[in-house]
Design a protein around this ligand. Structure first.
Ligand code: FEO
Length: 395
């Protein structure tokens, strides 16, 4: 889409689309591309741009602004979050907006100082501060760690229009810009949450609580469709996805077992861990979805990993599972490791380093078995499970 879109009187979408983007930030697949949404808000006396776009799309972005007004007349550029997909065009834009003041959180101002190596006028705003545009008020709502420390939301107060930057977004570029014009993209919204927001569930609950009582008419995230109907829907979903699960002691055992040996060990660990009051889940990682594995990581008090050594390494599917640890809100930090091997057995030590690097407490040294576990190894596995269950019950 090459033109700005009017969302209301004196309010325009001036973002850009990136429909062919296949991988976001070199991290997340984006089957339907994405958008970098930016907005121009004109009050009676002052004008503000809310967020910019990726640097490589600056010319298209500038053309949209110029189609509405002279950029030299822009008074404020609000940076809700300083990741370069939203602030990448800021330095160039400032050259066209000589009187503009950059409005942001303190953290964003610090980060911008490391991105734009030239002086610029700035104003730091705190939670609940506002700026008067003349008949229109921009109110700022601190939302740290959604998903960077610098994040804030901007509320166009009189009209109940929220600009929450990354929160509530979707990597989805379709026809038009409004959610009600699109085919079902709910899967992209959930995937985006899982990839980007999921590690910050407590922060999400704190941020969405600040929106209670705000009558929202439109929700304008920085990625994907804009909600002009049912603006609360993605906010309610974020609250639901972030709510803590039911109480109770739980242990998950994630394992792989090419020849059945590590599985025998996993069953022994589960048997030992099955103390009264502890629910144990055995999870063969190739038979579980990524969402199921992440859910278990967040719901369980202890995570135990059964890892065979293949070619002197941790098998790739288990490396992936260990990588998920940094993408979830862990409930506990008690861990354990075991696994079978043929002739070298490096995987357990590698996993031990990974878990220690993630601040896991390992109450029992890992248990390894050359090929098929002997009865004494099975007994060690049962003891490993039992000790970890006892640790969990102490909490
Ligand atoms: Fe869309 Fe955190 O940047």
């Amino acid at each position: 889409m090459s033109e700005a879109v009017e969302l209301g009187k004196g309010l325009h979408w001036i973002g850009v689309k990136d429909p062919t983007l296949a991988v976001f930030d070199d991290l997340f697949p984006t089957e339907h591309g994405t958008t970098y949404n930016s907005f121009l808000v004109q009050g009676d006396t002052h004008t503000a741009i809310i967020d910019t776009v990726k640097a490589k799309r600056f010319e298209e972005f500038l053309a949209k602004i110029t189609s509405i007004m002279d950029p030299a007349e822009v008074d404020y550029i609000v940076v809700n979050h300083s990741e370069p997909d939203h602030s990448g065009s800021l330095a160039k834009l400032l050259q066209h907006c000589p009187k503009a003041c950059v409005v942001s959180s303190q953290a964003a101002r610090t980060f911008l100082g490391n991105q734009i190596h030239a002086p610029f006028e700035s104003r730091i705003v705190k939670d609940n501060e506002s700026i008067d545009l003349g008949g229109r008020t921009l109110r700022f709502i601190a939302a740290p760690f959604l998903h960077w420390p610098d994040t804030m939301f901007t509320l166009l107060e009189e009209e109940g229009i929220l600009f929450p930057c990354d929160a509530f977004g979707s990597h989805y570029s379709g026809e038009g810009i409004f959610a009600d014009e699109m085919p079902d993209f709910s899967g992209e919204t959930r995937f985006y949450f899982d990839c980007i927001m999921r590690p910050f569930k407590e922060r999400i609950l704190q941020a969405v609580a600040k929106l209670d009582g705000v009558e929202l008419k439109m929700l304008c995230p920085s990625h994907g469709p804009i909600y002009r109907c049912d603006a609360r829907k993605p906010i309610d979903l974020y609250r639901k996805w972030s709510m803590p699960k039911a109480a109770g002691k739980r242990i998950a055992i994630f394992y792989l077992s090419p020849h059945g040996n590590t599985e025998q060990m996993a069953e022994a660990v589960a048997s030992g861990a099955g103390l009264p009051g502890v629910h144990v889940t055995l999870c063969h990682i190739n038979h579980a979805s990524v969402a199921d594995i992440r859910d278990l990581m967040e719901e369980c008090d202890a995570l135990i990993f059964g890892i065979p050594t293949i070619n002197r390494d941790i098998p790739k599917p288990m490396w992936d599972v260990l990588a998920y640890l940094s993408t979830v809100s862990l409930k506990g930090n008690i861990g354990g490791i075991f696994g079978s091997y043929g002739w070298s057995g490096e995987a357990c030590r590698m996993a031990e380093e990974r878990l220690k690097g993630m601040n896991f407490k390992l109450p029992v040294p890992f248990v390894r078995s050359p090929f098929m576990p002997k009865p004494e190894i099975i007994a060690e596995c049962e003891a490993l499970g039992r000790t970890i269950a006892e640790e969990v019950l102490k909490k």
